[in-house]
Structure formats: structure tokens, C-alpha cells
Design a protein around this ligand. Structure first.
Ligand code: ADE
Length: 226
């Protein structure tokens, strides 16, 4: 999988993509994640990428030219399964959507800034709009990092223990069961006996019961959806 990200503040994304699972998956060549500065496509002599909104009002709008030229340039190099705009008024991201997108070969993510991007780009160039939740971030970068991280962990080879991503919360529509490690007793609080017994069928049953109970208690809406 390859993920290209267009951003007005590419430095914001250096950290998330150089550490942990995403960083290791990139180094191992399992995924490619490339962050591009939209300014490099600006034809303005000051490399401007925004302009004042028609009709007036506060804030600036990201202009058509640099974004559309950037997307055209990248598209001339490879085909993209989706051109995704990160925006608070997009479709809410959830695990089924992440699973579906993780089957893609190439994805192009566009991070918004200022008051947003010219509406005509959304209508004629973007193929999918995604929000990571009902709150407003300063830009789409952190949302792109969230999406890319959720995607990369599903790419075969990104996670050492192949089973691990499949047992994440939400992967079977349930919250994950609690986990414990040493010591078996801490300040009088004990690890459930079943986990210490070594009986795998009992452990699996206990985990499933815990997952069901936690989902019922914390997120009953997930059970309704299932
Ligand atoms: N850009 C700003 N806020 C956002 C959000 N909640 N989701 C995706 N992109 C955004």
C-alpha cells in the first residue's frame, strides 16, 4: 500500500510516520507513506496557496490551482483508489471503513486548512470525504495521521504478531477484553484466575464473555448495529 498526503504543514506529520508501527512498516518496505508540501505546486511568486473567500467573511480559503495541480501530478505517476479529503463534515471514520480502505493499493489524502478548500475541488476532484469525529481540528493533518495509522496496522506484515490486529477492539464489532501482565497480584488486586490456569478453551470463552459484557455496558450501540 502507498499513501500520499498533501499538506500545507508537512512537518506536522514527521513524528507520527517515523515512529512505532507505521515507522517500522515504512522502514521494512511494507508500506510507503509520502507527505508532500502543497506549496511546491503553487505558481504564485510567494508560493501562496490560499485566498480570500468570495462573498467576504473571516478566514482564508485554500485555492484551486496548487491543490489541483498537485493531485494531477501525483495521479500522472500512479492510479489512486480514492482521493480523500479530511474534513469535519465528512463521513465518520469507523473500523469497517478502515478495513475496506486497507484493501487499496494507492490512496491520496488531502488535508484541509484555514476555512477549508474551494468547494469545486470537493465536488469534482475528491472521491471520498472523511471525518475522524465531531470536533474541529486546526487542520486535516492529525486526522490524516489517524487514518493512515489505522490503515497501516492492517497491512499484512505491518504488525509482528499477525493475530494482533484481528483481535483489536471493533474488529469483530466488539470492544476488546481486558489484558493483564505480571505481577499476578498488585496491591491486593489479582489477575482473574482463568488467565493463570493455562486452559486455552476456558481463556477464549472468558475473553469472549468479557468482550460481550464490556460492549453491552460501554457501547451498546455496537451490539444494535451487529
Ligand atoms: N479537519 C478538521 N477537523 C477534522 C476532523 N474532525 N476530521 C477530519 N478532518 C478534520
Amino acid at each position: 500500500m502507498r499513501i500520499d498526503i498533501l499538506s500545507a504543514v508537512p512537518d506536522l506529520l514527521k513524528g507520527p510516520f517515523s515512529e512505532s508501527i507505521v515507522g517500522r512498516a515504512r522502514q521494512a518496505g511494507v508500506v510507503e507513506v509520502e507527505v508532500h508540501d502543497i506549496r511546491q505546486w503553487s505558481t504564485d511568486k510567494h508560493k501562496k496557496i490560499d485566498d480570500t473567500p468570495f462573498g467576504g467573511g473571516a478566514g482564508m480559503v485554500m485555492a484551486i490551482q496548487p491543490i489541483v495541480d498537485a493531485i494531477a501530478d501525483l495521479k500522472s505517476q500512479r492510479d489512486y483508489d480514492e482521493v480523500i479529503f479530511l474534513t469535519p463534515d465528512g463521513d465518520r471514520l469507523d473500523q469497517p471503513r478502515v478495513n475496506q480502505l486497507s484493501l487499496s493499493g494507492n490512496l491520496l489524502l488531502l488535508c484541509g486548512h484555514y476555512k477549508g478548500i474551494d468547494q469545486r475541488i470537493r465536488e469534482h476532484v475528491i472521491t471520498m470525504e472523511i471525518s475522524i469525529g465531531d470536533y474541529v481540528l486546526s487542520g486535516g493533518e492529525l486526522a490524516a495521521a489517524v487514518l493512515a495509522d489505522a490503515l497501516v496496522r492492517l497491512v499484512p506484515g505491518a504488525i509482528g504478531d499477525g493475530e494482533s490486529a484481528l483481535t483489536d477492539s471493533f474488529q469483530d464489532g466488539l470492544l476488546a477484553p481486558p489484558v493483564y501482565t505480571r505481577p499476578a497480584e498488585w496491591q491486593g488486586h489479582k489477575v482473574p484466575d482463568v488467565l493463570l490456569g493455562g486452559h486455552h478453551a476456558d481463556i477464549d470463552k472468558w475473553r469472549m464473555e468479557q468482550a460481550m459484557e464490556r460492549t453491552q455496558r460501554l457501547r451498546p450501540d455496537l451490539l444494535d448495529e451487529a
